[in-house]
Design a protein around this ligand. Structure first.
Ligand SMILES: [Zn+2]
Length: 113
């Protein structure tokens, strides 16, 4: 199904795509097959050069007239990073609050003595 090559839009690397059941494509320097997005149908590959996760349009991949398909950095990956960073920040704020409350409680206990 994948006749051509992939060009990484992140770093410009050009290489073949890893295809399940095709051992000749399981080589160093091939774009690693990460499966597909079940919601959009996009194919997902990892660039062997810059390790960016790329998404490839299934329509482009199936078009036999296209010999080189463009792999674009997956926007979901970076947004997931943003979400986890946001959660980390919330976690820090919660811990800061808990520590502050614990210190206040210790001060109150110390004054009661
Ligand atoms: Zn790349």
């Amino acid at each position: 199904m994948f006749p051509g090559k992939i060009e990484c839009k992140s770093c410009g690397y050009l290489g073949i795509a890893e295809i399940y059941g095709r051992p000749d494509t399981l080589v160093d320097g091939a774009f690693r097959n990460l499966g597909h997005n079940p919601y959009t149908g996009d194919l997902r590959f990892q660039c062997p050069s810059c390790h960016t996760e790329l998404i490839i349009s299934p329509m482009e991949a199936l078009d036999r007239n296209i010999t080189t398909v463009m792999g674009f950095p997956d926007p979901h990956v970076s947004s997931m990073d943003d979400i986890s960073q946001g959660l980390n920040r919330i976690g820090m704020a919660v811990w800061g609050f808990i520590i502050l409350m614990a210190v206040n409680i210790l001060i109150v206990i110390a004054k009661m003595r």
